[in-house]
Write a protein that binds this ligand. Sequence first.
Ligand SMILES: Cc1cc2nc3c(=O)[nH]c(=O)nc-3n(C[C@H](O)[C@H](O)[C@H](O)COP(=O)(O)O)c2cc1C
Length: 182
Amino acid sequence: MNTAVIYKTKYGFTETYARWIAEDLGANLLIADKVKPADLQNHSTLIFGGGLYAGGVSGIATLTKNFESIKNKALYLFTVGAADVTDQKNIDSIRGSLGRVLTPPMMQAIKIYHFRGGMKYSKMSLTHRAMMGLMIKMVRKKPENELRAEDKLMLETYGQDIDFTDRQMIVPLLEDIKARMK
Ligand SMILES: Cc1cc2nc3c(=O)[nH]c(=O)nc-3n(C[C@H](O)[C@H](O)[C@H](O)COP(=O)(O)O)c2cc1C
């Protein structure tokens, strides 16, 4: 099987999913920032993964910049965020943000999956800490009846490390890829 998992991670959550996927598919594991166009050409199935930061997907430029030369391959993208991806509102919000980065032909060609990562306040960069500080201030200002499940979770867990990674989450992606290869 000629598959590569190309990922970018800041706190290790995307890497956990990338390693699970690569292990289950016997795929090569590549770091998005180090990937060269030739590495992409050497594989027929490309699975890109990145963490969500204020709606943007970390490392997605590796996919968008090279899209013209890889558009005929089997393309997958998975996002890893703290938000609960069993909540359709969160999925809609991620899709909305992706729609600003991916063109309609990209959206059509790439199969997209969403996994849940976590928060690592203990290792957080100063910039991310400041961003989270601004976000919690906004959430704390919201009236109780406007708080969404995500807001409540943030209020309850602010400052604590949480990990929602779950190997089961990758099953639909694996099945999709295996079915396409049959
Ligand atoms: C500043 C900041 C912004 C974030 N924005 C989002 C977001 O918009 N949506 C989301 O689901 N998670 C968001 N997260 C949570 C990360 O996506 C989460 O920690 C993810 O597991 C990171 O994956 P990584 O460690 O592979 O980079 C944010 C985290 C930080 C620190």
